[in-house]
Design a protein around this ligand. Structure first.
Ligand SMILES: N[C@@H](CCC(=O)N[C@@H](CS)C(=O)NCC(=O)O)C(=O)O
Length: 200
């Protein structure tokens, strides 16, 4: 398998944590790329020019991160990252949506903040930030559990991205339970090995 990725992409980090946790990372060749430059090799596999994009051993290109992570559950025999059914499945999918939702608000907000702030843009940036703050507050009320699944992994990638790209916006002070959960979860070897910016 081949994975188009960027070491700073929190969505690609989700995929890498799943692969390491399931013991199949050795079967994935990492293809480092910059999706913002629309490189030909990435476009050949994903017309959206986004990372992560996985190409399976059968030559099938897959995106986005939820689809790739679910596909990885079908490779090998290790415990699945998507609980199969019941309350555990719905909770994991909900947490994945919350983590991805934080990222879907933060990644474009970073781009928007780098542009001149007219009234419309400032309002849009404020709305995206408010969504993140509310979601963090909800996670403080009910932080993820200690185990690794697609929900807890995605929330950790979202919090790691906040620390990496928005260090000037501290989130821990008013959310001690979430901060404690994240500190403990970050000790996991797959989580630690994929910290943004300093890994493959
Ligand atoms: N929903 C997608 C989001 C992927 C995404 O937006 N990735 C960013 C990098 S963090 C990207 O490739 N941006 C390039 C672009 O949008 O042109 C997923 O979960 O994989």
């Amino acid at each position: 398998m081949k994975l188009h990725h960027s070491p700073t992409s929190p969505y690609a980090r989700k995929v890498r944590i799943c692969a390491i946790t399931r013991g199949i990372d050795g079967r994935i060749e990492l293809m480092r790329t910059n999706p913002n430059e629309s490189p030909v090799a990435l476009l050949a596999d994903n017309p959206l020019s986004k990372v992560p994009t996985l190409v399976t051993d059968d030559g099938v290109a897959l995106f986005d991160s939820p689809a790739i992570c679910e596909y990885l559950d079908s490779v090998g025999e290790a415990m699945a990252m998507f609980p199969e059914h019941g309350a555990a499945r719905w909770q994991a999918l909900k947490l994945q949506a919350m983590g991805d939702g934080i990222l879907d608000a933060c990644v474009p907000r970073r781009t928007e903040l780098a542009r001149p702030q007219d009234e419309g843009r400032a309002a849009s940036v404020a709305r995206m930030r408010a969504a993140v703050e509310r979601t963090l507050d909800a996670l403080e009320v009910e932080p993820p559990h200690k185990g690794l699944d697609i929900g807890s992994i995605t929330v950790a990638c979202a919090l790691g991205y906040l620390d990496f790209r928005f260090p000037q916006e501290p989130w821990r002070e008013t959310r001690p339970k979430l901060a404690a959960w994240f500190a403990a979860f970050s000790q996991d070897p797959a989580v630690a090995a994929t910290a943004p910016g300093d890994s493959a």
